[in-house]
Ligand binder design. Structure first.
Ligand SMILES: C[S@@+](CC[C@H](N)C(=O)[O-])C[C@H]1O[C@@H](n2cnc3c(N)ncnc32)[C@H](O)[C@@H]1O
Length: 187
């Protein structure tokens, strides 16, 4: 599927986005805490990465992973704290050892991946037993902002993909009219 256009990277760190979505609230609500090893898979320029690095603190670690070098370069320019490791990922292959992460986030990434089943199997591999995976996505509807309707994944389809990928759904809810949130654990 189409990847986010790096030419529009500013949208991912816009004032409008911060006004609509508080990344720290979402991460704490997902259960992220001091000392955790967190994976921001498809991190973009780090809207969630940098707040996560403050939550996990020096005892914790954040892996910021993305397939697009332009995204990682933008994140480097923001000079993230020392507990952030910036790693180039591959479409179906995450360069981390198995059972590395306590909590992983896919924020507006699932609708961009080529092969959802293979990708989720890989995400599952790098999560510890019982670890959390949180998915944020765009509601399947026509909207001026965000990805086109045909690229969006409905909440029901996302839940099905996650269950088939070996995740247990704990909670799903709407964050606002445009976005939904699914909280899962590695089954
Ligand atoms: C819409 S952006 C969101 C970025 C960030 N999560 C945020 O919320 O600001 C989606 C990101 O996912 C990345 N991406 C797409 N497919 C990926 C994959 N298979 N593995 C890792 N990153 C991927 C894209 O390069 C892009 O930076």
């Amino acid at each position: 599927m189409a990847k986010f256009d790096p030419g529009k990277i500013g949208l991912l760190l816009s004032d409008e986005r911060y006004a609509e979505t508080d990344p720290t609230d979402i991460l704490i609500g997902a259960g992220l805490k001091k000392g955790d090893v967190f994976g921001d898979i498809g991190c973009g320029p780090g809207f969630f990465t940098i707040p996560a690095s403050y939550i996990v603190g020096r005892e914790g670690m954040v892996y910021a992973l993305d397939v697009q070098e332009e995204m990682l370069e933008e994140l480097r320019k923001r000079r993230p704290p020392e507990n952030v490791r910036i790693v180039r990922s591959l479409e179906d292959s995450i360069p981390l050892d198995e059972e590395t992460l306590d909590l992983a986030l896919l924020a507006y990434v699932l609708h961009e991946v080529e092969r959802g089943d293979t990708f989720l199997r890989e995400v599952r591999r790098v999560l510890r037993s019982g670890a959390t995976l949180v998915v944020l996505e765009w509601e399947k509807m026509e909207e001026e902002k965000g990805p086109p309707f045909e690229e969006r994944i409905s909440k029901e389809d996302a839940k099905r993909m996650l269950e088939e990928g070996g995740f247990r759904i704990v909670k799903s809810e709407n964050l606002n009219p445009s976005h939904y949130y699914i909280h899962t654990v590695k089954a």
